[in-house]
Design a protein around this ligand. Structure first.
Ligand SMILES: Nc1ncnc2c1ncn2[C@@H]1O[C@H](COP(=O)(O)OP(=O)(O)OP(=O)(O)O)[C@@H](O)[C@H]1O
Ligand SMILES: N[C@@H](CCO)C(=O)O
Length: 324
């Protein structure tokens, strides 16, 4: 269930009228997703059909939206397949419905895949490199709001729920990541706007082609390597065992490298990036598991999945980055 806030056809038609966006022909709540309320919305305008997704932001505040929606607009304008936000009559990309900030974005084709093939991992790697390049001249700056400062603030909140040995793992990794973030090697890594939540469920595939990437609402400025690590940790595993698949890793990393070659410095920071990416989602899943939102009838995602991934990366189980 992911319609936290109901919108009636009459309410939406009234909202569309303010921006002359046309006549509503279909409105359907979307069941998946855990962060926001989403609807599929069809309208006709000047005799043509348009297919959109309406998102009501349940937690985000209007101060964060210009970065996310502006980045999607910037990437879409450069031909990167992402939902393009619709500009409203107020000249910006977001408005308000039922007391929640909201946005209308174009609906993309495709379906998410549970177990991507090597060809699909390659499509993902190439998309990610092109997105990093295309985002490099985006004018707005916003940090990754689920970055180091958030881990430092949230780890002590979830730690008391964990057995002592797992608490020690959490504290040790956080301390190492804190020290690592101060090294010049880390600070000089290529960086810019990154998606930062590029899991399989955020990619819509049409066979081996990428229809597009959705859900930019954790995007922020961070190292490209962090984005790569988040994506590899989710895309290149055998879903049944959680272990990395060599063929998928190779396809994903080679495709990225062919568009945006890896630097020596990225190779040196790779293990810590993979560990950071595992730590980030371990902490957020622990938080959602032990401190769930009161109104949300949701099954929390398994935090132990990322505890195991962190342990595997600390033990050296990861592929090397290709070098030219
Ligand atoms: N632009 C789009 N085009 C096509 N389908 C979309 C689009 N945006 C969202 N969807 C559909 O809506 C579903 C829920 O969207 P999304 O994953 O963004 O949910 P969320 O609650 O906002 O985020 P989260 O993934 O963090 O739970 C997606 O799985 C996808 O099926
Ligand atoms: N991708 C996140 C969910 C929120 O975006 C996870 O799997 O924990």
């Amino acid at each position: 269930m992911a319609v936290f806030t109901d919108v009636s056809p009459a309410q939406l038609q009234d909202w569309l009228n303010h921006s002359n966006l046309g006549q509503l022909t279909a409105l359907e709540g979307i069941a998946s997703g855990i962060e926001n309320t989403n609807y599929f919305v069809d309208v006709t305008r000047a005799g043509e059909s348009h297919h959109y997704v309406l998102t009501l932001f349940e937690k985000l505040t209007p101060t964060e939206l210009p970065f996310y929606l502006g980045l999607m607009h910037h990437l879409a304008a450069k031909g990167i397949p992402v939902p393009a936000p619709v500009r409203l009559s107020n000249g910006i990309f977001w408005g308000e419905l039922n007391g929640k900030p909201c946005a209308l974005v174009t609906r993309l084709q495709g379906r998410s895949v549970l177990q991507p093939s090597a060809a699909q991992c390659a499509a993902m790697g190439s998309w990610l490199a092109r997105m990093h390049q295309a985002g490099a001249d985006f004018a707005l700056q916003q940090p990754n709001l689920r970055g180091l400062s958030w881990w430092q603030a949230t780890a002590p909140v979830v730690a008391p729920y964990l057995p002592a040995d797992i608490q020690r793992l959490l504290e040790d990794e956080l301390a190492l990541q804190t020290t690592h973030a101060m090294t010049t090697g880390y600070q000089d890594l290529p960086r810019g706007p990154v998606h930062a939540d590029l899991f399989r469920d955020n990619a819509l595939m049409i066979d081996d082609t990428l229809g597009g990437i959705i859900d930019f609402y954790f995007a922020g400025c961070d190292t490209w390597l962090f984005d790569l690590a988040v994506t590899l940790n989710d895309w290149c595993i055998d879903v049944a065992t959680g272990e990395l698949q060599a063929g998928a890793c190779q396809a994903f990393l080679s495709a990225y490298h062919a568009v945006q070659p890896f630097t020596q410095q990225e190779a040196e920071n790779w293990e810590m990036a993979l560990r950071a990416a595992a730590l980030r989602f371990w902490i957020s899943r622990l938080y959602d598991f032990y401190l769930p939102r009161p109104a949300a009838m949701l099954t929390p995602k398994d935090p132990r999945h990322f505890e195991r991934i962190l342990i595997a990366r600390r033990a050296g189980r990861y592929p090397v980055l290709p070098q030219s």
